[in-house]
Design a protein around this ligand. Structure first.
Ligand code: GLN
Length: 479
């Protein structure tokens, strides 16, 4: 059983042909993941009992002659900001180091209903704030491709396990790029669906108007299969959409001839030469497949970072107010008064990045500054969304870089939060607009570092995004 080479289809074939059972696969996958984890620190904890119970249910289905489910027996990892009943969910924070949720996120329930086997929870930046996974209270994750480098963030663990082969697919969360950027850095596929496509019920809130759950996988097809499983309306999340969820994999025809693609001129200015070269080569390959490529303009891009770091911090300052030492486990041992207890709990529990964001967010929401910052940022957000709406009148999809540079060295940017924020420039715009966007591998630099290409489409048109990314992936695999 070569676990790192498994795909959803391969697992299915093996189970149906009785090559191995779901229980055998789960036991082997857990052993392998536990042994390999020391190399990356990508998993924070495993849930063997839950995994074995899920695998047994799949074996019982097969024994009864039933279908094992779209994810039957597939080893899955879940980012530790997504709650799992009875299984620790820390959000990468000291504040939740011992938190055991009493309920499951909707995406988790859907994964298990489809036969998925959750092996464990993955490391991430504290409360999903970061671009390198170095803001985790439980140590950084090493990039499996280059262990002296970051895996990206905040879903660094979820990207690393898929790249390392210790899970077939994983769930991450994306607020401003946290699925696409680590996918790009680790050389895997990462998908941020349309806002509202996947229920956020059970996703620990960072910035609610921007938070998404999405899949990471080693192929576009596997990512598409997972999205079809977790997507769709959920009565427990009023922002989840009624829109029907298509069978995405059925649309991966390889035919992208005549598709009109836009290349945003504003994005190409910021690129380092090697990433830029790989993206241009990718664009040429898409042209060779029969796509029509034209330059487009997204003029509000220059305001995107400022806009995002106002809106995201404002929402975060409100969402993180609940960690007060009264609920959710961690409480400071010192302090004579209630106010001291709050202050000390938050002072000791939150890491530096969360504190920075709570302060920034509180500032931009304060009475005197609300209209100068928060209100203005909301208006800019509308302009950014309008840029995309205008572009999609002309083109079917947009192709762009994911990050200005490939994976950087551990420690390289930790002391410069602004440089870290600037690296989110290409992913933040799609998040602010709420459109579907994904990263698909686009080759490697001379040093062997993966680079991802971003594909963006209009709201709820994940089908075109997957079709284009799949055709592109086929070309990449032939190289
Ligand atoms: N890097 C961005 C940030 O730090 C995005 C994080 C995310 O998408 N969760 O906010």
């Amino acid at each position: 059983m070569d676990i790192p080479s498994l795909t959803i289809d391969r697992v299915r074939q093996a189970l149906l042909s009785r090559q191995f059972s779901a229980s055998e696969l789960a036991a082997a996958a857990l052993r392998f993941a536990e042994a390999e984890n020391a190399k990356t620190n990508a998993y924070l904890h495993f849930c063997p009992e839950r995994a074995m119970a899920a695998a047994r249910r799949v074996d019982e289905r097969i024994a009864r002659g039933e279908d094992p489910g779209a994810l039957g027996g597939v080893p899955v990892a879940v980012k530790d900001v997504i709650v799992t009943k009875g299984v620790k969910t820390t959000c990468g924070s000291r504040l939740l180091a011992d938190y055991i949720p009493p309920y499951d996120a909707t995406a988790v329930i859907r994964i298990e209903e489809a036969g998925g086997v959750i092996l464990g929870k993955t490391n991430c930046d504290e409360f999903a704030m970061g671009s390198s996974n170095e803001n985790s209270a439980f140590g950084p994750v090493r990039n499996p491709v280059a262990p002296d480098r970051v895996p990206g963030g905040s879903s660094g663990g979820s990207a690393a396990v898929v790249a390392q082969g210790t899970a077939v697919v994983s769930l991450g969360s994306d607020t401003g790029g946290s699925i696409r950027q680590p996918a790009s850095f680790c050389g895997v596929v990462g998908v941020t669906p349309t806002y509202g496509r996947v229920s956020r019920y059970g996703l620990t809130a960072f910035a609610s108007s921007l938070d998404h759950i999405g899949p990471l996988a080693r192929s576009v097809k596997d990512a598409a299969t997972v999205l079809a499983v977790i997507g769709g309306r959920d009565p427990r999340d009023s922002t989840s959409a009624e829109a029907p969820v298509p069978d995405y994999s059925a649309h991966l025809t390889g035919d992208v001839k005549g598709l009109k693609l836009g290349l945003p001129v504003e994005y190409l200015r910021h690129l380092t030469s090697e990433t830029g070269d790989l993206i241009s080569r990718g664009v040429d390959q898409l042209k060779a497949l029969g796509c029509e490529v034209r330059e487009i303009s997204l003029p509000a891009t220059e305001y995107a970072i400022a806009c995002y770091y106002i809106i995201a911090t404002a929402e975060a300052s409100s969402n993180l107010a609940r960690y007060d030492g009264v609920r959710y486990t961690f409480r400071s041992a010192t302090g004579d008064t209630l106010a001291d207890m709050y202050r000390n709990t938050r002072g000791e529990g939150f890491g530096a990045e969360c504190k920075r964001r709570i302060m920034l967010g509180t500032y931009v929401l304060s009475a005197g500054y609300y209209s100068a910052y928060y209100l203005k940022a909301q208006k800019v957000r509308t302009l950014i969304a309008r840029d995309f709406a205008n572009a999609f009148q002309e083109v079917d999809a947009i192709v762009a870089p994911v990050s200005p540079f490939p994976a950087f060295k551990l420690g390289e940017k930790v002391d410069d939060p602004l440089a870290m924020y600037l690296s989110d420039i290409f992913t933040i715009t799609g998040s602010l607009a709420g459109i579907p966007c994904m990263s698909v591998p686009c080759g490697k630099t001379a040093e062997g570092l993966p680079v991802g290409m971003q594909v963006l489409t209009k709201h709820f048109d994940e089908t075109t995004m997957f079709r284009l990314a799949d055709a592109f992936e086929n070309v990449q695999k032939k190289q």
